[in-house]
Ligand binder design. Sequence first.
Ligand SMILES: *Cc1c(COP(=O)(O)O)cnc(C)c1O
Length: 386
Amino acid sequence: MRYTSPMSANPHTVAVQEVVPQLDLGAQYAAIGGEIREAVERVLTSQHFILGSEGAALEQEIAKLCNAQHGIALASGTDALILALRACGVRERDEVILPPFTFVATGSAVSALGAKPVFADINPSTYNIDPAKLERLITSRTRAIIAVHLYGLAADMDPIVAVAKARNLPVIEDNAQAIGASYKGRPTGSIGDVTCLSFYPTKNLGAYGDAGMVVTNSAEVAARIRNLRNHGQTTKYVSSEPGWNSRLDELQAAILRVKLRYLPAWQRARQAHAAQYTRRLSQIPGVLPPIVPAGYEHVFHQYTIRVETRDELHRALSDRKIGSAVYYPVPLHLQPIYASLGHKVGDFPHSEHAANEVLSLPMYPELRDDQIARVTDAISEFLHCQ
Ligand SMILES: *Cc1c(COP(=O)(O)O)cnc(C)c1O
């Protein structure tokens, strides 16, 4: 019989018995723990916990990485989306266009403002929003378009920005999964009008708690979000509009600054693992490895394959003590929270097929080649004995 600890409800908890976990944050902490503890000690010694020098430095460092002028550190990636939408003027009953194949937060941020998510299906080979679907979804109520860079691969930004510009609409980049990625030589985060980042612990740059950021080249949007994250205060104890508290604390900022120095090396490691996976999986019929279009740099937040017998493969890997995960099994238009929108199965077929066929394999910088071989051998064995 299998013992299920209460912790296993958290999908990010690594089951100790797995020989290749889907994610292993412990390996990273083992490598950089000393530096992390020094950074934490520095903040504790300063006794300055909110809106201090660590947060300000992190904002500059991340903005620079994204080739943007301003960074505003926030409490989470979800808050980044909500505040970015608000700064773009999204209000009740407005419409925001986004892909249905994403983490639910992309949609719930729109709903949090009382606005309506309007879905545009994805391109099935990149899993990102299909620019050709946008034009006919735009109405007089449309206020913004959100492009998600899913799994670490940029959406096709040029045609998205072209459609948006023609209608004077802002483009928001949901860059929660793709920090460090680039599109035609430009880093994600500098192509749309406002970009949202998440530093959730499992992201490519992860804090030890919740954290997020908005980066933008608009001084106006930056100033507005700076106010909104701190009760709308334009000067101390004088509030110009209702905001709330979405400040990032100094401990998380200091931790993120240590990790940021390692991000380029971690990214190269992820890309090397992806190349290794793709080389091995290309020889197995029935498996579709991720596609990286020319001119894109994928940062492999996830290494996601497609297989028709996905659920069976997921179970077979689990039986061999290999972790894998489905991001995401239910597209937004079929989520119970959006039942009132009246969508049905078949409305966004590319998103639905992806939701049924995608499987994300173990991926983290410290993954070893022998572990990758073990995963691909298990996939090959499973597909051959079907
Ligand atoms: C993680 C994530 C978010 C939300 O970020 P949080 O920091 O968890 O609030 C939003 N969108 C996408 C695509 C994500 O992966």
